[in-house]
Design a protein around this ligand. Structure first.
Ligand SMILES: NC(=O)c1ccc[n+]([C@@H]2O[C@H](COP(=O)([O-])OP(=O)(O)OC[C@H]3O[C@@H](n4cnc5c(N)ncnc54)[C@H](OP(=O)(O)O)[C@@H]3O)[C@@H](O)[C@H]2O)c1
Length: 329
């Protein structure tokens, strides 16, 4: 009798464990479908405030995000380095949304302005505004894959300043305002190169700058999560923009517009790190399953190929000039 009871207990426990281990991925899948396709986006204006700040709104993801935020009724502070491109974005927003959306341009070169100056400028321009959302989107990458020693010093400095320092100092200007009114959302646009999936050789400085921003976001998310400020890191993989030079979008390389629509659905939902676009999230799942050494070797091989092709192209560009010089002499 005692052996029968213990047999029954063992079978019962094994069945329970089997059921739980089956439930976990099933529940994970159901949650994934909910957050990717069904969960309604937050009403950002009502929830956080009527103004949004977007850095780098003159192209790519930042421009598309500015339009998305405007379509949700937020007024915009557009922070960029090029006055005419900023004005063109502001004009396009006015044309699409009319007087419903107010825009203000803030001209600041984030690569050439000191952190404290950026912070002071931002403190000045946000005075009196009901700042609800900050999107730290402005970013710089290399023109092409390169070894660390091949990257121009100016490019290294620009990447560190725009991708890490500027986001830090703008956040520093905005957090006290949000903390005072006990609400606000800060979104940092990261990259799949941030270190969570694999190494990123030949784009080392870019990847390292994104790793900084990830840890920055993750840590201040903990510091401020009980004060009403939601801080989130969003991870795009490839998006067809000026930065990546992909001319055409596809399922796995969306347009900036498609990515920005997905991005907005995630703001304020509590996840401090997220991959907003669903095909990217599938790619990340595969990346997580692959062994580290395979990923590291593959990515180095992939970017080395890109570097080789870029150098061949560059040498073809240089050759006609050399010929011309020769024929002139
Ligand atoms: N595209 C992708 O596949 C991808 C993937 C992962 C992460 N991301 C991240 O997404 C963000 C946006 O990238 P994107 O692809 O949209 O790039 P993009 O098309 O090159 O646009 C970058 C934006 O940043 C602005 N910017 C650059 N340097 C600046 C400076 N010194 N001062 C002020 N503004 C400056 C640009 O202004 P100008 O118009 O004046 O150049 C532009 O508005 C970046 O943080 C990037 O790292 C992109």
């Amino acid at each position: 009798m005692a052996t029968q009871t213990s047999d029954f207990l063992v079978i019962f426990l094994v069945t329970c464990l089997g059921f739980i281990s089956l439930c976990k991925p099933l529940l994970g899948f159901i949650r994934w479908v909910w957050v990717m396709f069904l969960r309604p986006p937050k009403n950002l204006r009502d929830h956080y405030g009527s103004w949004a700040i977007v850095t780098g709104p003159t192209d790519g993801i930042g421009k598309a995000l500015a339009f998305q935020l405007a379509s949700h009724g937020l007024n915009l502070l557009l922070v960029g380095r090029n006055p005419s491109k900023l004005q063109a974005t502001a004009d396009a927003i006015r044309e699409r949304f009319g007087a419903r959306v107010e825009t203000r341009n803030v001209v600041v070169d984030l690569a050439k302005t000191s952190g404290e100056e950026i912070s002071k400028t931002m403190e000045g321009v946000i005075k009196g505004l009901d700042i609800g959302v900050l999107v730290n989107n402005a970013g710089l990458a290399y023109e092409g894959a390169r070894f660390f020693h091949e990257v121009d010093s100016e490019v290294v400095e620009g990447i560190i300043k725009v991708n890490t320092e500027a986001a830090t100092w703008i956040t520093k200007a905005v957090v006290p305002v949000m903390a005072k009114k006990k609400k606000g959302a800060i979104v940092n646009i990261e990259s799949g190169s941030y270190g969570g999936f694999c190494s990123y050789p030949l784009y080392t400085i870019y990847a390292a700058s994104k790793a900084y921003l990830t840890m920055f976001s993750r840590s201040i998310h903990m510091e401020y999560k009980n004060t009403g400020i939601d801080i989130q890191c969003q991870i795009p993989l490839f998006v067809a923009t000026k930065m990546t030079k992909f001319k055409r979008s596809s399922l796995f390389i969306p347009s900036a517009e498609t990515f920005s629509k997905a991005s907005l659905r995630w703001i304020g939902h509590g996840e401090h790190l997220c991959v907003p676009y669903w095909p990217h999230s599938l790619q990340c799942l595969v990346l997580k399953l692959l062994p580290e050494s395979f990923k590291d070797r593959y990515i180095f091989h992939y970017f080395s190929g890109m570097r080789k092709r870029m150098m061949q192209k560059d040498s073809r560009k240089i050759r006609p000039n050399t010929n011309q010089k020769l024929s002139n002499t």
